[in-house]
Design a binder for this molecule. Structure first.
Ligand SMILES: [Zn+2]
Length: 245
């Protein structure tokens, strides 16, 4: 489901995808049916007020209004998560006959106090955030989440590039014949073209077997049939060509 996001900030926003993703996650978690409309508003004066407004939900129009000026995107998203809970409460009829909603309602009206407490539960936002970061190869955490060293990460990258180029999963550890040649192609992209190619290839092999043991095993047996140490001719040509540059 695509949610309507109205950007009234006067400048482009970089976090629309995250707004969409958060709304989709909340829909699944909270179970609301109708999509709310999201408004990102600009208010310079409110932005300068330490205890200014962050946002509100209108149960009649199903609009979520968030003040975006001068705020960190994550904080804006947190506000949207809060208001999405109010939207769900609205669909569940919790705004009907809600009682006193004037100043101090969060202290004076137990029903609204309870609704506010629900909306302030941080775990909707946290679970959404963690769900994004759990996914492999996202821009949010590619290295951090998998506890990769920079070198491992680069090895992984070059492996993927070769896979893209040749259309099969390379096992760089099979480059045994080239083992003592210098790593002129800089297989592991560590800038060291003097090190033996074997070392660069070994690193990539380790990463590979952690990642995808099944296909790795399969390739091993295929490779043994073909005979060890023979480079794929296409790859050899590629490496030769790279070496000339
Ligand atoms: Zn609230």
């Amino acid at each position: 489901m695509k949610f309507k996001v109205n950007n009234n900030t006067g400048s482009p926003i970089k976090y629309e995808n995250e707004v969409q993703s958060l709304c989709g996650f909340a829909k699944g978690r909270l179970g609301f049916q109708k999509p709310p409309s999201i408004f990102l508003n600009h208010d310079e004066r409110n932005a300068g007020n330490t205890l200014g407004k962050t946002g509100h939900y209108d149960p009649n129009t199903m609009e979520i209004h968030v003040f975006a000026t001068g705020r960190h995107p994550k904080d804006i998203l947190r506000s949207i998560a809060h208001e999405l809970v109010h939207h769900s409460q609205n669909e569940n009829g919790q705004f009907d006959d809600a009682g006193f909603s004037g100043k101090g309602y969060a202290q004076k009206n137990p029903h609204l106090r309870n609704m506010e407490s629900e909306a302030n539960d941080p775990m909707l936002f946290r679970d959404w955030e963690d769900s994004l970061k759990e996914k492999e190869n996202t821009i949010y955490n590619e290295r951090r989440n998998r506890k990769m060293s920079l070198k491992e990460w680069k090895n992984n990258e070059i492996g993927d590039l070769l896979t893209d180029k040749w259309g099969f999963k390379m096992d760089l550890g099979k480059l045994n014949e080239a083992a003592e040649k210098p790593d002129f192609a800089d297989l592991d992209k560590d800038g060291d073209k003097e090190e033996p190619m074997k070392d660069a290839a070994e690193d990539a092999k380790e990463e590979d077997s952690e990642e995808d043991e099944e296909s790795d095993d399969k390739e091993k047996s295929d490779d043994e049939k073909k005979g060890k140490g023979k480079l794929n001719p296409g790859l050899q040509a590629y490496l030769d060509n790279k070496g000339k540059k």
